[in-house]
Design a protein around this ligand. Structure first.
Ligand code: NAP
Length: 270
């Protein structure tokens, strides 16, 4: 069994991007500039946005963080989005999800200019992704494809079973791995909470992607010997031994599943 080290890969990719940015800037181009809008005080969102700002620094991007209060109305947020859409200094931006309940996330996604939609959630980018055209790809699914590709894990002709059909992870990664492309060409089965006899599908998986947000849901009896396991789950579970009072739990019962696998992502322990 080999661990798929996403953190090491992220460091490598950031080094590559930093070199590309340095080349661009040396040739007279402005630094890429990413903006992020954070509405409210969701602590996980605070962490994610802080990581994005830090990543910008590491690769040589400029970054702007716009913090808005929990009481921000949808109209006010749409106004900020329009400003970023029209700001020639901003190359791309994200609106961190989830949003406060009073704001409809679909209206927000639609309001972002698809040419600046670096999260790849706008229907134009989703449609282009489905058609295999150049577009912004959503980060987690693209990360999974890169994790497989850069670890030279064969995907062509493999049966990939994805558990979870969210617009952010399950659906896009299913579509990306089903593309007619050297980094895909999987036969994909997309499972969800209404799938009957889920284990009958997961046991067929050469590549199993668990993205359902249910800690330790995938157990040894659900996995085929030699499978590649990608555990996307990051659920906060109470843990009094941690300073934060919680730990992040994956969707796969690592200890019993890992010995069966050819490759597996490490269990979340942060
Ligand atoms: P989500 O929107 O909560 O969707 C969960 C999906 O799992 C739904 O499609 C749901 O089915 C399905 N599901 C729930 N219970 C199930 C069950 N018992 N059997 C089969 N399917 C079941 O999830 P998400 O936003 O994709 O997130 C999933 C997990 O990944 C979470 O832990 C999240 O924190 C994590 N995540 C990690 C990253 C990362 O970069 N590492 C990024 C995003 C999300 P229905 O559609 O039928 O309800």
């Amino acid at each position: 069994m080999q661990l798929l080290d996403g953190k090491a890969l992220a460091t490598q990719i950031k080094t590559e991007i930093a070199a590309e940015v340095a080349r661009m800037v040396a040739n007279g181009a402005p630094k890429p500039h990413l903006a992020a809008i954070l509405v409210g005080n969701d602590s996980a969102s605070e962490t994610y946005v802080a990581h994005k700002v830090k990543a910008c620094q590491e690769v040589g991007f400029d970054s702007t963080l716009i913090r808005l209060s929990e009481q921000t109305t949808e109209a006010e947020l749409l106004d900020y989005i329009a400003q970023l859409n029209n700001d020639p200094q901003i190359d791309g931006f994200i609106v961190q999800l989830p949003l406060p309940p009073a704001i409809n996330p679909d209206n927000v996604t639609l309001a972002i200019d698809y040419r600046k939609d670096v999260d790849g959630f706008h229907p134009v980018n989703v449609g282009r992704m489905v058609q295999g055209l150049p577009c912004f790809l959503p980060a987690t699914p693209f990360g999974i494809v890169e994790l497989l590709r850069r670890n030279q894990i064969e995907t062509a002709g493999k049966h990939c079973v994805v558990v979870g059909r969210s617009n952010i992870v399950g659906k896009p990664v299913s579509m990306m791995l089903a593309q007619n492309s050297p980094t895909a060409n999987c036969t994909v089965t997309l499972c969800h909470s209404r799938t009957r006899n889920l284990a009958a599908y997961t046991r067929q998986a050469d590549i199993l992607i668990a993205a359902l947000g249910k800690p330790e849901f995938v157990t040894a009896d659900m996995v085929k010997q030699g499978a590649v396991i990608i555990d996307v789950g990051t659920t906060r579970v109470p843990d009094p031994s941690k300073k934060s009072g919680y730990r992040l739990a994956g969707d796969v019962k690592f200890d019993e599943v890992a010995p069966l696998c050819s490759y597996i992502t490490p269990y979340q322990v942060a």
